[in-house]
Ligand binder design. Structure first.
Ligand code: UD1
Ligand code: MG
Length: 456
């Protein structure tokens, strides 16, 4: 039987107190809805139907994928009503899996179990939770068979004591949904069409409703406010940290690493506290990341070391290179093998050759730097004339003295030498020494200023 997924995401999410629709709030850098869609895709369904309402346009724009079929629920009349909006687009001989856009940690393995037992009758994902307040409770008969779900607002105090709750996620044959959804009424305390109300209808027809008990409470944690969002974020980060450690990565503290994207690591990678990884980050064998570093779309080759407080974005770090502490590698930085970028050095669109160094306080932007180059403290490539950016080319073995100003476009050929404090505006040929600074004058017998005797 083919599978079609319906993701409910029309609710407002008032308790987030945010202009952003709830399901677009990120968990580990990806929207909650994005996580749910990924879990759905893992099951390779025939179609994914997105039921949206509040902020529909914004949600749609944020998820431009082609495999999503958008359904707008104009008025939020309840979960049963929401699913019925999607039914006209669903093949009647399929199995339907209903997911919530605000339950982002759900695992595909759990969903497969749910779908596997929903070919003949509905199957519901339940959970046993410490505090069931607010959830629908699972009502079973004496033999343990599921009879119905009673919402918090409709439950007697006896029913409220039941710890098994409805996670909201269920699977059912489309044909049964088409039969039962139109029969669901809204004569309850919220005046809503409840999706779980199809269950007693199925039971009355002699069907036995299956249940799958979620392995952990957090897997089915719904997000209604920012406290729950944080709970989910920390759980997700912990899962990732544990996976990294299982794969052989050394973490100084599993609770102080944030991966907001894809991090892949070689053997014997070591990551100190408070590292943040965003986008796609690759760390080669033996790489070490110091405390408080941020790496976004970066590839670091084997043996390189990134020291404390460094910020790297869209950059490539070569083997055995050394970065930081306090370095900033911006977009287009490409460090060669054994290169060294030290404290308070900023690089942008800069290729730095093998073994070349900029150890302290420099800006190297729009630059091609050869091998074995030394860039002294305080060196600046003046790449911008107020209108255009220009290139600085520095050959192999060049030495740039401290506090030099290299005015681009500029070429310093192999073996060139720039005297400290120079403002270099003209090309430097091979092996030449360029000195472009005022000559020192020493004045003997000069008078120091004397303090004036005035009263202000
Ligand atoms: C629902 C369940 C409850 C379960 C709980 C788990 C019903 C009637 N109740 O309650 O048994 O314990 O989830 O969290 O199903 N939505 C729409 N359109 C609507 C209404 C809701 O798309 O008209 C979406 C929401 O955006 C959300 C999901 O459905 O993603 C659940 O809606 P919500 O209002 O949070 O239901 P609960 O009252 O929490
Ligand atoms: Mg809810």
């Amino acid at each position: 039987m083919s599978l079609e997924v319906v993701i409910l995401a029309a609710g407002q999410g008032t308790r987030m107190k945010s202009a952003l629709p709830k399901v677009l709030h990120p968990v580990a850098g990806t929207s909650m809805l994005g996580h749910v869609i990924n879990a759905a895709r893992a099951l390779e369904p025939n179609a994914i139907h997105m039921v949206v309402g509040h902020g529909a346009e914004q949600v749609r724009e944020a998820l431009p994928a082609e495999d999503l079929n958008w359904v707008v629920q104009e008025q939020q009349l309840g979960t049963g009503h929401a699913v019925s909006q999607a039914m006209p687009g669903i093949a009647t001989d399929s199995t339907v899996l209903v997911l919530y856009g605000d339950v982002p940690l759900i695992l595909p393995t759990t969903l497969s179990q749910l779908v596997a037992q929903a070919s003949e009758a509905p199957s519901l994902l339940t959970a046993i939770v410490a505090d069931p307040t607010g959830y629908g409770r699972i009502i079973r008969d004496n033999a343990g068979a599921l009879q119905s779900v009673v919402e918090q607002k409709d439950a007697t105090s006896e029913q409220q004591a039941i710890p098994e709750i409805n996670t909201g996620l269920l699977a059912a044959p489309a044909a049964l949904l088409n039969t039962y959804l139109p029969q669901v009424k809204n004569d309850n305390n919220q005046g809503e069409y409840y999706l779980p109300d199809i269950l007693p209808l199925a039971v009355a027809d002699g069907l036995s409703v299956g249940t799958v008990l979620a392995a952990s409470e957090l897997e089915v944690q719904g997000v209604n406010d920012r406290l729950q969002l944080n709970l989910v974020e920390r759980e997700y980060q912990l899962r990732q940290a544990q996976a990294l450690m299982r794969a052989g990565v050394h973490l100084a503290d599993a609770s102080r690493i944030d991966v907001r994207g894809e991090l892949s690591c070689g053997v014997d990678v070591s990551i100190d506290i408070n590292a943040v990884f965003e986008g796609k980050v690759t760390l080669g064998d033996g790489v070490s990341i110091g405390p408080n570093c941020v790496l976004r779309n970066v590839s670091v080759a084997a043996g390189a070391q990134i020291h404390a407080m460094s910020h790297l974005e869209d950059a490539v770090v070569g083997e055995e290179a050394n970065v930081g502490p306090y370095a900033r590698l911006r977009t287009g930085t490409d460090l060669g093998r054994g290169a060294r970028i030290g404290n308070f050095v900023e690089t942008k669109k800069a290729r730095i050759g093998e073994g070349s160094k900029a150890n302290h306080l420099a800006y190297v932007g729009d630059a091609e730097v050869g091998d074995g180059v030394n860039i002294g403290a305080g060196t600046i490539t003046c790449n911008y004339d107020g209108v255009n950016k220009h290139l600085t080319e520095i050959g192999n073995g060049v030495f740039v003295g401290s506090n030099s100003t290299l005015v681009a476009p500029l070429k310093i050929e192999d073996g060139g030498f720039v005297g400290a404090g120079s403002t270099v505006t003209r090309p430097v040929n091979q092996e030449e020494l360029a000195v472009a600074r005022a000559r020192q004058r020493n004045i003997t017998g000069w008078q120091r200023p004397v303090k004036k005797d005035n009263k202000d």
